[in-house]
Design a protein around this ligand. Structure first.
Ligand SMILES: [Fe+2]
Length: 188
């Protein structure tokens, strides 16, 4: 489940209600989803979308999302570093960034204006980051994430980079269960 860290205040939130409230105040929706049936590890993208069809349909109706797909990233994904380099610089989008994590973990840094907070997401977490929010994204040490993405624009994921350089002041270290592993295996 999601964890929030506010480095400037040395605060970490791990309680689901605390995390949900903290994010809601900042306009970010957080939910936990469970599949309609147990999914095998090798489930296809279509099987994944079918297992969460009810939740995806409800979210589409609520947020005006027109397409949904499944992104699947592993440590041996070709050109992974080039792909990550598109995510891990501060940027914003003209549409909401909606992710539901099926497998693996990821780290969002969100620039809330007065401070930056960190949101680690994992299996079962849905987040909806409003359009225009400054943020950047990294994988955790195991470099694995599989997630449903929803889009308002059928053209898909389009970043606008701020080039502020603020992202360079933060270490992309995940702090969940694999925190120790992340320390032993430095993030590339
Ligand atoms: Fe983004």
């Amino acid at each position: 489940m999601a964890v929030v860290k506010i480095p400037s205040d040395n605060i970490t939130l791990t309680d689901t209600q605390d995390v949900t409230t903290f994010l809601a105040v900042r306009g970010i929706e957080y939910e936990r989803w469970t599949p309609s049936r147990e999914l095998p590890a090798d489930a296809t993208a279509d099987e994944v979308l079918e297992a969460y069809a009810e939740q995806v349909a409800a979210l589409k109706a609520r947020g005006g999302y027109v397409t949904a797909d499944v992104i699947d990233v592993k440590s041996d994904t070709p050109n992974l570093d080039a792909m990550l380099a598109r995510f891990n610089r501060e940027h914003w989008h003209d549409e909401d960034e909606v992710r539901f994590i099926i497998e693996g973990r990821g780290l969002f840094h969100i620039n809330a204006g007065t401070s930056v907070f960190v949101l680690e997401v994992g299996r079962g977490d849905l987040i909806r980051v409003p359009r225009g929010t400054y943020h950047w994204f990294d994988l955790c040490a195991e470099r694995r994430i599989r997630a449903i993405r929803l889009f308002q624009d059928p053209a898909g994921w389009t970043p606008h980079y701020t080039d502020s350089g603020i992202d360079r002041g933060f270490q992309p270290l995940c702090f969940g269960l694999a925190y120790l592993g992340a320390m032993i295996q430095p993030h590339p």
